[in-house]
Design a protein around this ligand. Structure first.
Ligand code: 3HC
Length: 325
């Protein structure tokens, strides 16, 4: 339905302008905020960048949950830095979305009342310390796989934000791999915890790339506009190919009995996630959806006095300036 809306909006645009716009995209030019753009392009970007920003912010919750219980001071400092980085990523992305004419308050409110989504992965709980290692390894690993190509996306502010974000995400993935490696090389009990974390987080991580290509509503148009650089299945396959040897190195088993190297394709064959679970989670029925949105709503309500105070201060300053003129 959203796709139809975008299509009809795109066709309302002047065909000559549309063709010139597509030629700029095809030539690899960056589109900047004040440039002419089809309404569908603008809306698709607001949806994708906004959803991405919300994911960074909501993604702080499952990890923030473990800051006070990190096993050592070093791990605590690393986790604290990582969670702060995620807040920064959210802010860069909200700023990029604002250049498209939507305020941060507007898209935040759309998250809080359920009109906008955030990544499905953050609706799963982090039950123990091994999960924090697995989140860094798998979730940040999947996030980078998707985000490295987005550094070349056609919209300038989004592409520039992604360059900085990817540098930090790469550190996040490595710290996660190091934390899970320590568990996997630890006592039998710790190795069991690492395997259990992999068992629970493997399929939710594969779901992060979105539905299979045949069910992806937006891919075709988004790829033509270079808002997306790859299809969901292409990136999922790259992630599987990269992660299987890493699991082997750790002595852990990917929870997929049908996973095997396919010489002909030059890729691993793997079992798809249960897509009915994915669609259920993005509809709001995952294990943590209610808690996550309640936490974000509470943070928003608790911060109202700060926003009101800043606004009152800005109004007063403007009135004083006006009176002096
Ligand atoms: N979680 C929630 N919703 C998802 C989803 C996911 N993992 N994957 C797809 N969807 C939704 C889409 O938003 C769309 O619904 P909508 O029309 O209501 O918006 C629907 O499922 C159909 O999917 P499509 O494939 O047609 O959607 P897209 O073309 O937007 O592709 C995407 C989905 C690959 C996630 C794309 O939006 C994208 O590349 N986004 C940028 C990256 C991003 O958002 N990453 C968040 C990861 S978490 C993170 O970065 C935090 C870090 O700290 C770990």
């Amino acid at each position: 339905m959203y796709a139809q809306m975008i299509k009809s909006e795109a066709t309302q645009d002047d065909p000559e302008k549309l063709a010139a716009f597509q030629a700029r995209i095809d030539a690899g030019e960056k589109i900047e905020p004040k440039d002419w753009m089809p309404e569908g392009y603008r809306k698709t970007l607001i949806r994708q960048i906004g959803q991405h920003a919300h994911s960074e912010i909501v993604g702080q919750l499952p990890e923030g949950n473990w800051i006070t219980r990190a096993p050592t001071l070093e791990r605590k400092a690393i986790l604290l830095a990582k969670v702060q980085d995620e807040a920064g990523h959210g802010l860069y992305l909200y700023c990029a979305a604002e250049t498209l004419g939507v305020s941060r308050d507007e898209i935040t409110e759309m998250l809080l009342d359920g009109r906008m989504k955030y990544s499905s992965i953050f609706n799963y709980p982090t039950l123990n310390w091994a999960d924090i290692g697995a989140v860094g390894w798998l979730v940040d690993g999947a996030a980078i796989m998707n985000q490295v190509p987005l550094q070349r996306t056609s919209f300038g502010p989004y592409s520039r934000a992604m360059i900085r974000i990817c540098k930090e995400e790469s550190f996040h993935q490595r710290q996660g791999y190091d934390a899970i490696r320590q568990m996997a090389e630890g006592t039998p009990e710790q190795k069991k915890m690492a395997q259990d974390a992999l068992n629970r987080l493997w399929y939710p991580s594969l779901m992060m790339f979105g539905p299979s290509d045949k069910d992806s509503v937006h891919s075709a148009q988004s790829m033509a506009w270079k808002i997306k650089m790859n299809t969901n299945d292409e990136l999922r396959q790259k992630f599987v190919d990269q992660t299987v040897p890493q699991a082997e190195y750790l002595g852990l088993t990917i929870p997929d009995p049908d996973l095997k190297w396919n010489d002909e394709r030059g890729h691993y064959d793997y079992t798809d996630p249960d897509w009915s679970e994915f669609f259920d989670v993005i509809k709001g029925n995952g294990p943590c959806n209610v808690d996550r949105l309640a936490a974000r709503n509470k943070a928003w309500d608790d911060g109202a006095w700060v926003r009101d105070g800043l606004l009152a201060h800005a109004k007063k300053k403007a009135a004083r300036q006006h009176a002096a003129e």
